[in-house]
Design a protein around this ligand. Structure first.
Ligand code: MN
Length: 252
């Protein structure tokens, strides 16, 4: 069997330590191609850059820096940067900070895996929770990424499904397979005045409260477990099709 090609991306930028940890843990598993943003793109979600050209700067053997988003990187990685042979696996991460519950919709890390999935390539997003002092330890996440990558390269994933993997801070008690949880923000965006007396707003500083679903991803990490959520690329809610169809909406 010929060597597999594995495409790596992230949203913390090509020089992020989490990406370096991922690269070294996957080394030897196949041909590694890295396509990652030239700067931090956390919160970029699944944006694709359409209004300007993208520039790619080689950063060593099989490593490419892209002045775009994680989704741009995976798009170029799949079609342009892997030498005409699409990758067998996309791994996005390791993010500095967890990507749990509703936040997966904002995450550039998760979007990297989602883009791989939309291009029909088995994909995994990996994130590591940060300590109270803001530091992250990537060893466990990197080792787990390796074992999951081996498994997915060998056996694939269900169609249109990718894995969102989150590793807790501190020693992990075990692994749970979870569903995407939910949360509410305790407060609105921070509002302050700039030196000229005009208000400015800063989203993301406010506390958020996970709903705490027992089988959810937040709860797994809160209890010290690794969380693996199978996420679905297609957002149709099949159970609601009949209910909405029964509205019999007609042209006005
Ligand atoms: Mn990030």
């Amino acid at each position: 069997m010929s060597a597999k090609t594995i495409l790596l991306t992230n949203d913390d930028g090509i020089d992020a330590p989490g990406l370096a940890a991922l690269e070294s843990s996957l080394r030897g598993l196949g041909r590694i191609i890295v396509a990652a943003p030239d700067r931090e793109q956390s919160g970029a979600s699944h944006a694709l850059t359409l209004g300007r050209p993208l520039r790619v700067l080689p950063r060593g053997d099989g490593r490419f820096q892209v002045d775009g988003t994680p989704a741009d990187c995976v798009h170029l990685g799949v079609f342009n940067l892997t030498g005409g042979r699409p990758p067998d696996l996309v791994v996005s991460g390791i993010n500095r900070g967890a990507n749990l519950g509703d936040d997966v919709t904002y995450s550039g890390t998760v979007a990297g895996a989602l883009e791989g999935t939309l291009l029909h390539i088995p994909s995994i997003a990996v994130s590591a929770e940060v300590d109270a002092d803001g530091s992250a330890h990537f060893e466990l996440a990197a080792a787990l990424a390796r074992s999951l990558a081996e498994r997915v390269v060998a056996g694939g994933l269900p169609a249109n499904v990718f894995l969102n993997v989150n590793v807790p801070r501190g020693p992990a008690k075990g692994v749970r397979v979870t569903r995407q949880g939910t949360r509410t923000y305790k407060a609105a965006a921070i509002e302050r005045l700039d030196p000229s007396g005009r208000p400015y707003y800063w989203i993301g500083g406010a506390d958020m409260i996970p709903a705490g679903e027992e089988d959810g991803d937040h709860e797994a990490l809160r209890q010290g477990y690794v969380s693996i959520s199978p996420l679905h690329a297609n957002m149709t809610h099949a159970a609601s099709l009949a209910e909405i169809a029964a509205w019999k909406v007609e042209l006005p």
